[in-house]
Design a binder for this molecule. Structure first.
Ligand SMILES: [Zn+2]
Ligand SMILES: [Zn+2]
Length: 161
């Protein structure tokens, strides 16, 4: 046993995922908890850690204590940090389940019915609010058109001196 340095959990974890091109999910191929949550042994912490958390903290930001990750793609085996949103601990969640912000987070589709997943999913600058790429593209198309239309209308109008 002496002299053997175990590889960090993150290194090992990278070899235990399969990236699904269609959904964008990173499917966990190794051990899961009794509730289906992907787990990996951390030598440094001396305990099992959540693989999803590990990736999220590596690629995004540290998750405050008491926060848990919500899978927006609905796939518990997925550990793609882009598919994860940190939510308050379960107790807080159930208490505030009816609040509009939580309801928003739980939604899997934008108001127009585009999915909040894969390539269509974007986050705002704070990284907390989800945006729909299809709707944003649509809005910018409308904004572009709006820029041109008033110009021609103004030309026809005689109010300008
Ligand atoms: Zn996913
Ligand atoms: Zn949309």
């Amino acid at each position: 046993m002496a002299g053997r340095h175990p590889r960090p959990a993150l290194d090992r974890a990278l070899n235990l995922i399969e990236k699904d091109k269609k959904s964008g999910c990173w499917l966990w191929l190794a051990r899961v908890s009794s509730t289906g949550c992907p787990l990996i042994w951390s030598q440094t912490r001396g305990c099992d850690v959540s693989t999803a958390r590990l990736f999220y903290e590596k690629h995004k930001e540290e998750i405050p204590k008491g926060m848990r990750l919500w899978h927006q793609c609905g796939n518990r085996r997925c550990v793609n940090p882009d598919h994860m949103v940190p939510l308050a601990a379960y107790m807080t969640l159930t208490k505030s389940l009816r609040s509009p912000s939580v309801q928003n987070t739980l939604k899997t589709h934008c108001p127009k019915g585009h999915p909040y997943s894969g390539d269509n999913l974007k986050f705002d600058k704070t990284g907390k609010n989800r945006l729909c790429r299809a709707c944003r593209n649509e809005r910018s198309r409308i904004a572009m058109r709006a820029k041109y239309v008033p110009v021609s209308e103004r030309k026809e109008s005689t109010e300008d001196s």
